[in-house]
Design a binder for this molecule. Sequence first.
Ligand code: SAH
Length: 236
Amino acid sequence: MLDPRKDPMGAAIADYHRQGKAARLRVFSPDFDEDEIPVATLFRTADTMPPLERQALQLAHGRILDVGAGAGCHSLALQAMGHNVTAIDISPLAVETMTARGVKDARIEDFWSVEARYHTILMLMNGIGIVGRLERLPQLFSHLQQILTDGGQLLLDSSDLCYLFEEEEGIIELPGGAYYDELEYRMQYKAIKGDPFPWLYIDFDTLSEAAEAHGFRAELITMGEHYDYLARVTRR
Ligand code: SAH
């Protein structure tokens, strides 16, 4: 569980919920210049979500698990559609906020400790990032074997970050020989600094190969406008 003293995103979410505004949620990475996450986007509604996310909501069915649910935007939209959804996050501040916003079943829970089975598992806003590194993908698939019902689905969106490393001639340079989609992030909100964490972005082909190797099938549902995509993973 995240210690609130080391949970910049949770603090930003709680502030935005209480005050209707938040300070800058800053993101640092050795791989790019300082960036920020506009906190308001964590509070997006079905109307303001990107089309890929809206499509994911349409495809969700049965008992739904919203992994790393943040401020609960997807869970709230799904509840409004009449679905039964469990929202989990390791940030107590995020979970407190989700509950206050009306998420009926919001729990402080680590994805890797989930034991119940779900028909639909959502990992949106690149939620597959929690896998961290490519070498941990087998753990994701063995966990999915445990927590997906027969015929269940994982819906995820991610991006192929190849464009970040494309040289002018279009050659992709892999920094340090690492898979180019493993980024290290650190966040800061006001004086609250989080620990650095690895966050995986995965291109569809790599996802698909890994899925095949572990008894699953990945299906490309839609390509977004900027190297992003929505995919569905099911048992083979
Ligand atoms: N899905 C939300 C929030 C994305 S931010 C949205 O689309 O707006 C990612 C969230 O994942 C953060 O709130 C973070 O606390 C949570 N998280 C990170 N690791 C996690 C884990 N192992 N289990 C559950 N949640 C996790």
